[in-house]
Design a protein around this ligand. Structure first.
Ligand code: 5GP
Length: 189
Protein backbone atom coordinates (compact mmCIF):
# COMPACT_ATOMS: atom_id res chain seq x y z
CA UNK A 1 0.00 0.00 0.00
CA UNK A 2 2.67 2.50 0.95
CA UNK A 3 4.78 2.61 -2.19
CA UNK A 4 6.32 6.02 -2.80
CA UNK A 5 4.52 6.51 -6.12
CA UNK A 6 1.14 5.87 -4.46
CA UNK A 7 1.85 8.43 -1.72
CA UNK A 8 2.94 11.07 -4.26
CA UNK A 9 -0.10 10.71 -6.51
CA UNK A 10 -2.58 10.78 -3.60
CA UNK A 11 -1.04 13.68 -1.65
CA UNK A 12 -3.69 16.26 -0.81
CA UNK A 13 -1.21 18.68 0.75
CA UNK A 14 0.78 19.06 -2.50
CA UNK A 15 -2.26 19.10 -4.79
CA UNK A 16 -1.25 21.26 -7.84
CA UNK A 17 -4.65 22.98 -7.77
CA UNK A 18 -3.56 24.74 -4.54
CA UNK A 19 -1.47 27.92 -4.41
CA UNK A 20 -0.03 28.32 -0.88
CA UNK A 21 -0.89 31.67 0.74
CA UNK A 22 0.12 31.28 4.42
CA UNK A 23 2.39 28.52 5.71
CA UNK A 24 1.73 26.57 8.90
CA UNK A 25 4.61 28.50 10.53
CA UNK A 26 3.20 31.90 9.54
CA UNK A 27 -0.22 30.92 10.89
CA UNK A 28 1.20 29.69 14.21
CA UNK A 29 3.31 32.82 14.70
CA UNK A 30 0.31 35.11 14.09
CA UNK A 31 -1.94 33.05 16.36
CA UNK A 32 0.58 33.26 19.22
CA UNK A 33 0.44 37.08 18.95
CA UNK A 34 -3.37 37.09 18.83
CA UNK A 35 -3.59 34.77 21.85
CA UNK A 36 -1.30 37.01 23.89
CA UNK A 37 -3.40 40.08 22.99
CA UNK A 38 -6.64 38.32 23.94
CA UNK A 39 -5.20 37.17 27.28
CA UNK A 40 -3.96 40.68 28.02
CA UNK A 41 -7.29 42.34 27.10
CA UNK A 42 -9.63 39.93 28.91
CA UNK A 43 -7.50 39.31 31.99
CA UNK A 44 -9.75 38.02 34.80
CA UNK A 45 -13.07 38.40 32.91
CA UNK A 46 -13.55 34.66 32.29
CA UNK A 47 -14.78 35.12 28.68
CA UNK A 48 -16.88 32.56 26.82
CA UNK A 49 -15.30 31.73 23.46
CA UNK A 50 -17.89 30.74 20.86
CA UNK A 51 -16.40 28.71 18.02
CA UNK A 52 -18.28 28.84 14.72
CA UNK A 53 -18.32 25.34 13.19
CA UNK A 54 -16.95 23.83 11.15
CA UNK A 55 -14.45 26.18 9.53
CA UNK A 56 -13.06 27.77 12.70
CA UNK A 57 -12.41 24.51 14.57
CA UNK A 58 -8.70 24.19 13.74
CA UNK A 59 -7.99 27.89 14.19
CA UNK A 60 -9.85 27.83 17.51
CA UNK A 61 -8.02 24.80 18.83
CA UNK A 62 -4.67 26.50 18.23
CA UNK A 63 -5.81 29.94 19.39
CA UNK A 64 -7.29 28.63 22.65
CA UNK A 65 -4.01 27.07 23.63
CA UNK A 66 -2.27 30.41 23.33
CA UNK A 67 -4.78 32.28 25.54
CA UNK A 68 -3.41 31.78 29.02
CA UNK A 69 -6.39 32.89 31.14
CA UNK A 70 -9.52 31.28 32.63
CA UNK A 71 -12.16 30.90 29.88
CA UNK A 72 -15.01 28.72 28.60
CA UNK A 73 -15.76 27.27 25.14
CA UNK A 74 -19.05 26.78 23.30
CA UNK A 75 -19.89 25.86 19.71
CA UNK A 76 -22.39 27.14 17.16
CA UNK A 77 -23.03 26.23 13.55
CA UNK A 78 -24.42 28.72 11.06
CA UNK A 79 -25.51 27.87 7.53
CA UNK A 80 -23.26 29.34 4.87
CA UNK A 81 -21.76 28.23 1.59
CA UNK A 82 -22.94 24.67 1.05
CA UNK A 83 -20.90 23.40 -1.86
CA UNK A 84 -20.51 26.60 -3.89
CA UNK A 85 -17.80 29.28 -3.60
CA UNK A 86 -20.15 32.24 -3.16
CA UNK A 87 -22.36 33.05 -0.20
CA UNK A 88 -26.09 32.51 -0.54
CA UNK A 89 -26.93 35.39 1.81
CA UNK A 90 -29.12 32.99 3.79
CA UNK A 91 -28.22 32.92 7.50
CA UNK A 92 -29.60 30.20 9.75
CA UNK A 93 -28.49 28.75 13.11
CA UNK A 94 -27.95 25.05 12.53
CA UNK A 95 -26.54 24.29 16.00
CA UNK A 96 -27.29 26.63 18.87
CA UNK A 97 -25.52 27.23 22.19
CA UNK A 98 -26.15 24.86 25.09
CA UNK A 99 -25.94 27.60 27.73
CA UNK A 100 -27.41 31.07 28.42
CA UNK A 101 -24.93 33.90 27.82
CA UNK A 102 -26.58 36.72 29.75
CA UNK A 103 -23.94 38.87 31.41
CA UNK A 104 -21.04 36.96 29.82
CA UNK A 105 -18.16 38.47 27.86
CA UNK A 106 -18.30 36.70 24.51
CA UNK A 107 -15.49 36.25 22.01
CA UNK A 108 -16.68 34.74 18.73
CA UNK A 109 -14.02 32.70 16.89
CA UNK A 110 -14.56 32.66 13.12
CA UNK A 111 -12.45 31.42 10.21
CA UNK A 112 -13.11 34.14 7.65
CA UNK A 113 -15.22 37.28 7.23
CA UNK A 114 -16.27 37.67 3.61
CA UNK A 115 -19.51 39.58 2.85
CA UNK A 116 -20.07 39.95 6.61
CA UNK A 117 -23.66 38.69 6.36
CA UNK A 118 -23.09 35.71 8.65
CA UNK A 119 -21.18 37.60 11.33
CA UNK A 120 -23.36 40.70 11.42
CA UNK A 121 -26.36 38.43 12.03
CA UNK A 122 -24.56 36.34 14.64
CA UNK A 123 -23.10 39.27 16.59
CA UNK A 124 -26.52 40.97 16.76
CA UNK A 125 -28.13 37.70 17.83
CA UNK A 126 -25.63 37.25 20.69
CA UNK A 127 -26.07 40.86 21.83
CA UNK A 128 -29.83 40.33 21.90
CA UNK A 129 -29.36 37.42 24.34
CA UNK A 130 -27.99 39.86 26.91
CA UNK A 131 -24.24 39.27 26.65
CA UNK A 132 -22.16 41.85 28.54
CA UNK A 133 -19.89 42.24 25.49
CA UNK A 134 -19.50 40.53 22.12
CA UNK A 135 -16.17 40.69 20.30
CA UNK A 136 -14.79 38.88 17.28
CA UNK A 137 -11.56 37.03 16.52
CA UNK A 138 -11.24 36.07 12.84
CA UNK A 139 -8.31 34.40 11.15
CA UNK A 140 -8.96 35.91 7.70
CA UNK A 141 -10.61 39.07 6.39
CA UNK A 142 -11.65 39.28 2.73
CA UNK A 143 -12.41 42.94 3.09
CA UNK A 144 -13.01 43.79 -0.59
CA UNK A 145 -16.22 41.77 -0.56
CA UNK A 146 -17.82 43.28 2.53
CA UNK A 147 -21.56 44.05 2.28
CA UNK A 148 -22.28 44.51 6.01
CA UNK A 149 -19.94 46.32 8.37
CA UNK A 150 -18.39 43.94 10.90
CA UNK A 151 -15.79 45.05 13.41
CA UNK A 152 -13.02 42.47 13.80
CA UNK A 153 -11.34 42.92 17.19
CA UNK A 154 -8.57 40.34 16.65
CA UNK A 155 -7.54 39.61 13.05
CA UNK A 156 -5.01 37.12 11.69
CA UNK A 157 -4.56 38.21 8.08
CA UNK A 158 -6.26 40.33 5.40
CA UNK A 159 -6.53 38.44 2.10
CA UNK A 160 -7.42 39.35 -1.50
CA UNK A 161 -10.73 38.37 -3.12
CA UNK A 162 -9.79 34.75 -3.78
CA UNK A 163 -11.41 31.53 -2.60
CA UNK A 164 -9.15 29.98 0.03
CA UNK A 165 -9.05 26.53 1.60
CA UNK A 166 -7.12 24.69 4.28
CA UNK A 167 -6.57 24.97 8.02
CA UNK A 168 -10.28 24.26 8.60
CA UNK A 169 -11.63 26.01 5.50
CA UNK A 170 -13.25 23.75 2.94
CA UNK A 171 -14.48 23.50 -0.60
CA UNK A 172 -17.44 21.08 -0.59
CA UNK A 173 -16.08 19.59 2.68
CA UNK A 174 -12.65 18.98 1.15
CA UNK A 175 -9.26 20.49 2.13
CA UNK A 176 -10.07 21.25 5.80
CA UNK A 177 -7.11 19.05 6.77
CA UNK A 178 -4.41 21.08 4.99
CA UNK A 179 -1.94 22.39 7.58
CA UNK A 180 -1.60 25.64 5.59
CA UNK A 181 -3.92 28.10 3.79
CA UNK A 182 -4.05 28.05 -0.02
CA UNK A 183 -5.90 29.70 -2.88
CA UNK A 184 -8.02 27.13 -4.72
CA UNK A 185 -7.03 27.78 -8.33
CA UNK A 186 -9.85 25.99 -10.14
CA UNK A 187 -12.90 24.89 -8.11
CA UNK A 188 -14.01 22.70 -11.03
CA UNK A 189 -10.71 20.81 -11.35
P1 5GP B 1 -19.89 35.82 4.91
O1 5GP B 1 -21.25 35.73 5.54
O2 5GP B 1 -18.95 36.74 5.61
O3 5GP B 1 -19.99 36.13 3.44
O4 5GP B 1 -19.33 34.36 4.89
C1 5GP B 1 -18.68 33.79 5.91
C2 5GP B 1 -18.53 32.31 5.66
O5 5GP B 1 -18.38 32.03 4.26
C3 5GP B 1 -17.27 31.79 6.30
O6 5GP B 1 -17.50 31.40 7.62
C4 5GP B 1 -16.90 30.64 5.39
O7 5GP B 1 -17.60 29.49 5.81
C5 5GP B 1 -17.41 31.05 4.04
N1 5GP B 1 -16.34 31.62 3.19
C6 5GP B 1 -16.19 32.90 2.80
N2 5GP B 1 -15.10 33.06 2.03
C7 5GP B 1 -14.53 31.83 1.94
C8 5GP B 1 -13.34 31.34 1.30
O8 5GP B 1 -12.56 32.04 0.64
N3 5GP B 1 -13.09 30.01 1.47
C9 5GP B 1 -13.91 29.18 2.18
N4 5GP B 1 -13.53 27.90 2.26
N5 5GP B 1 -15.01 29.60 2.80
C10 5GP B 1 -15.32 30.92 2.69
Amino acid sequence: MSTSSASITTSEFTNPNLEPLFSAEQIQARIAQMGAEIARDYGAKNPLLIVVLKGACIFASDLLRSVDIKLGIEFMAISSYGSSTRTSGEVRIVKDLDVPIEGRDILVIEDIVDTGLTLSYLMANLHARGAASVQLAALLDKHERRQREVSIDYLGFTIPDEFVVGYGLDFAERYRNLPYIAILKDPNA
